[in-house]
Design a protein around this ligand. Structure first.
Ligand code: ATP
Ligand code: MG
Length: 261
């Protein structure tokens, strides 16, 4: 049985003015335990909506989502979420305080949680910045602290919504490598949203492409069976995966553009 099962999931956003918006319809997907699944699609197609439903922040309007065979009842510690944007840090806590927060809530002793928090802050490349508060950090630094905070809670699943979008190319490549290493080492199951086909091809075991909205669902899934040496932009097999994903998404970009003009 797959760890995450989305079966004919639908999401209707109810508007106060009475005009409902069907964001997602008939969305079905199984994600295996330990799998790294990347979700791609045009802006506004419903990627964040899907992630928020898996996270338990949004209810489904139709169908159901199960984790380990059980319907989800809301957000839980087994799913760590990295949000799109970087505004969910607590402004009154230092970077270290933010990363420690979840462990403090669970009663992890001070020395242990501080050591773990420092470890994850170092992993995201922010050693010696841990005393700073969010207002003293750049956008990319805040995003990395968010990632450290989620990793420090050591959830079974990572739900990541364009987590590296705000980072410079160099830091981004470092973070991609690090995330891959952590996931391989700890067997985490990942649902990762990105706009970037290169990023998806570097990271994913499978890449799912969504239709343009409204009433979006998966258009196709591309398996990525590349070895480490093939996960290079210039490798022929890498380019072949890129092309397949690009072919799936190309028409959707045109459709999305037409619908907004
Ligand atoms: N709370 C909400 N109320 C009403 N409509 C919403 C709400 N959240 C999202 N939508 C609509 O649902 C659709 C899907 O939004 P969603 O945020 O899931 O897109 P996305 O694929 O994540 O886009 P992006 O790539 O720009 O982040 C959009 O048309 C959006 O306007
Ligand atoms: Mg989004």
């Amino acid at each position: 049985m797959a760890l995450v099962q989305l079966a004919q999931v639908g999401k209707v956003y109810r508007s106060l003015k009475g005009s409902d918006y069907v964001a997602v319809r008939d969305f079905s997907l199984d994600i295996e335990a330990g799998e790294f699944f990347c979700l791609l699609g045009t802006s506004g197609c419903g990627k964040t909506t899907v992630l928020n439903m898996v996270a338990g922040f949004e209810t489904v309007s139709a169908g159901d989502i199960r984790i380990g065979g059980k319907p989800i009842a809301g957000p839980a510690a087994d799913r760590g979420v990295v949000f799109q944007g970087d505004d969910s840090l607590y402004g009154w806590l230092s970077a270290l305080g933010n990363v420690e927060f979840g462990m403090r809530m669970r009663g992890v002793p001070r020395a242990e949680r501080e050591q773990k928090a420092r470890h994850y802050i170092e992993l995201v490349g922010l050693k010696n910045q841990e005393h700073k508060h969010p207002s003293e950090l750049s956008g990319g630094m805040k995003q990395r602290i968010q990632i450290a905070r989620v990793l420090a809670n050591e959830p079974q699943m990572l739900l990541m919504d364009e987590p590296f979008a705000a980072l410079d190319a160099h830091t981004r490549a470092d973070m991609q490598r690090e995330l891959k290493r952590i996931c391989a080492a700890t067997g985490k199951t990942v649902l990762f949203i990105t706009h970037d086909i290169d990023e998806a091809t570097i990271l994913a075991d499978r890449i799912g492409v969504m239709h343009a909205g409204p009433a979006s669902k998966l258009k196709g899934i591309v398996p990525v069976t590349l070895g480490e040496a093939e996960r290079e932009r210039t490798h022929d097999n890498f380019v072949a995966v890129y092309r397949r994903v690009h072919e799936l998404i190309r028409d959707e970009v045109a459709i999305a553009l037409q619908r907004t003009h």
